[in-house]
Design a protein around this ligand. Sequence first.
Ligand code: AFP
Length: 344
Amino acid sequence: MVHGSEVITIERFIMEQERLHPEATGELSNLLYDLCLAAKIISRHVRRAGLTDILGAAGPVNVSGDLQQKLDLFANETVRHSVQHTGRVCVTASEEDQEPVPVPPGKPVGKYVVLYDPLDGSTNIDVNVSIGTIFSIHRRVTKKNGPGGLPDCLQVGRKQIAAGYILYGSSTMLVYTTGQGVHGFTLDPTIGEFLLSHADITTPPVGKYYSVNESNWNRWTPAAQRVVAAFKDGEGKIQPKNARYIGSLVADFHRNLISGGIFLYPADTKNPQGKLRLLYEAAPLAFVVEQAGGRASDGCRPILDLVPAGLHQKTPLVIGSKDDVAFAAKILAAEAAAGGSAPK
Ligand code: AFP
């Protein structure tokens, strides 16, 4: 938190980064501040979740088939309301909404697109386990006038301008990249400020953890089984690793980013396209991990090269330490090239 003898707030850090780009208009910086505000508001509610009656299923099932919880809905609206009327954004899209949400008529329209998963790992809310928010920012590709739309949302991950996540863990952290390294800030709740705690995060090339839902073993292809067996027992140069799985992607990802490790959610017979969403989960975390020196793959291609065909598209995901991802991707890609598929 203290950098040398300095305390650096996220506002100051973002401002100093902006100064490195004389051509910058400040709009992206302001959009990042907007997201910090949303993070603080959601964090406050998450911290009080067990004390209020906000817990519990709100009823409907979201477009990905998951039961929505009240805190998800709150987080969804908080992010949207924090960014939507500022004149910096033309459209938002969230895992919780069926369609993109353009800026309403009469409101100022900006050049950025915000895609987000408002509360990832929501099944962990009721049991007081870490959850997170993930965000991805693109520049609009449709004509400048009027609200944005679907084509602005369906962009390849490589074109992201910024991405990051907020982890509501033992403390609240915001980690982001604008393509110049990955920086982490810890919320000091006593002063309501995110303070620089992890400058220039780099992830080890080989990790000590593997994170996977091993109860899916019988639904995996032989290649996915071989990869996980190698991380468990060792194979060739791969040393056996320790297993860690929380079931909140942000929490599993963050631990592996800091300590080194690999997270896998391969395709299986229940989720033939994988379970995780390309635009709200895989692509933003892929941008972060690549900036930290790691890798992210769907088994065959880098996640950042996948061109989305739909807003809620899912993808297999292998993400983390670069040598570990390379090992897994080589085996998965060889099986795919040979026409392999998951057991029926
Ligand atoms: P929710 O946001 O719907 O709770 O989904 C959580 C998640 O997308 C991701 O955060 C986890 O890594 C993954 O699903 C866990 O999935 P399993 O329960 O199938 O292991």
